[in-house]
Design a protein around this ligand. Structure first.
Ligand code: ATP
Length: 325
């Protein structure tokens, strides 16, 4: 049942940015506007909330936002939210600004902030957005597909030059402590091997042996994907060069993976999630996180959602191991 008492909601982006955050903001503003709910865009994450750094967003104000990377609201980390004074200040600001609810677009840290605010009486909903896809209660996080495509595009270009010079390329892919991004990229570029934090490997059998097999199968160049959480790409390259004698170069893709216009998948899922976030608040619910499960959008209690465990896609991992060389 929809609660007509909701008159104004806030929206902020927090933690690391991800392509599709703008698409989610647009969907939230448009979904609210059609129900005569006004939207306050809070700039610079929770620090903007503490400082009252906000702007009224209209349906027209988000025109042209859908294909834009980054976040029009800026994003930041805010250590003050870890203190009770900071949380009180943030909750009081929500009340002072007349917010009947707050949508937090970000990662699991941002959802802990949303959870703490809901415990102070502010209805909150989290929308998962991070290129790492490491949020436990959802199969998908906004930005993941675009980041995969960006990494693939860069590695395809690298491959051209590696092939010409018969080199080995060691490429470090983002993902913090999780290997989801690296695994998908490794499969998509046909890497010789992919090194993941979740998988404890014997270096020789995981890296050197696939290179040897690749050579026997006629490969004159090699691509090794190293997940950020696995270790340093340079250490991997040094060991490869020492063991094989192949000229080996390191590329750290870095923040380029966070940029760019969102893919079709990120635009669609961000739009669905933004719409659901407003609906959840209108249904009078709080302390929820929007999640993608199977092929549909659902929601969980934030506390319950964050206490789940997320595992690497073992089926995809087996595929990667099988077809790599
Ligand atoms: P990313 O996955 O890109 O790192 P994130 O949302 O996990 O995104 P964090 O830096 O962990 O990023 O958190 C963003 C902000 O959320 C913090 O700077 C802080 O303001 C708030 N936050 C994080 N954890 C808590 C917590 N336990 N209580 C209150 N607020 C928190």
């Amino acid at each position: 049942m929809e609660h007509q008492s909701i008159k104004r909601v806030g929206v902020l982006t927090s933690g690391g940015d991800a392509p599709g955050m703008n698409a989610a903001i647009r969907a939230i503003v448009r979904s609210a506007a059609t129900r005569d709910i006004s939207v306050l865009g809070v700039r610079r994450g929770f620090s903007g909330l503490l400082n009252g750094d906000m702007v009224e967003l209209s349906g027209r104000g988000v025109n042209g936002l859908l294909p834009r990377g980054g976040t029009m609201l800026y994003t930041a980390r805010c250590p003050e939210m870890h203190t009770d004074e900071g949380l009180e200040k943030a909750a009081n600001m929500c009340r002072y600004m007349g917010m009947d609810g707050l949508v937090v677009i970000g990662g699991d840290g941002s959802f802990r902030g949303a959870l703490a605010l809901s415990q102070k009486g502010i209805p909150t909903v989290g929308v998962p957005a991070t290129i790492d896809n490491d949020i436990v209660c959802t199969d998908y996080t906004i930005g993941f597909d675009t980041a995969c495509n960006t990494a693939i595009d860069c590695i395809d270009k690298l491959r051209d030059t590696m092939q010409s010079h018969e080199r080995c390329s060691v490429v470090e892919v983002m993902g913090r402590k999780a290997g989801h991004l690296a695994l998908h990229v490794g499969v998509a570029v046909g890497a010789t091997c992919t090194l993941l934090p979740e998988h404890d490997t014997d270096f020789h059998s995981a890296v050197i042996e696939p290179i040897r097999m690749g050579r026997l199968n006629g490969r004159n160049h090699h691509v090794i994907i190293v997940a950020e959480g696995y270790g340093h790409a340079q250490d991997v390259a040094t060991q490869v060069e020492a063991a094989t004698g192949i000229d080996t170069r390191v590329t750290i893709l870095g923040h380029i993976q966070r940029g760019g216009t969102p893919s079709a998948q990120d635009r669609v899922i961000a739009t669905q999630m933004g719409y659901h976030a407003v609906k959840i608040l209108m249904d009078g619910k709080s302390q929820r996180v929007v999640a993608y499960e199977g092929r549909s959008v659902t929601d969980y209690d934030i506390e319950e959602g964050l206490s789940r465990e997320k595992h690497l896609d073992l089926d995809l991992f087996e595929v990667e191991q099988t077809v790599a060389t």
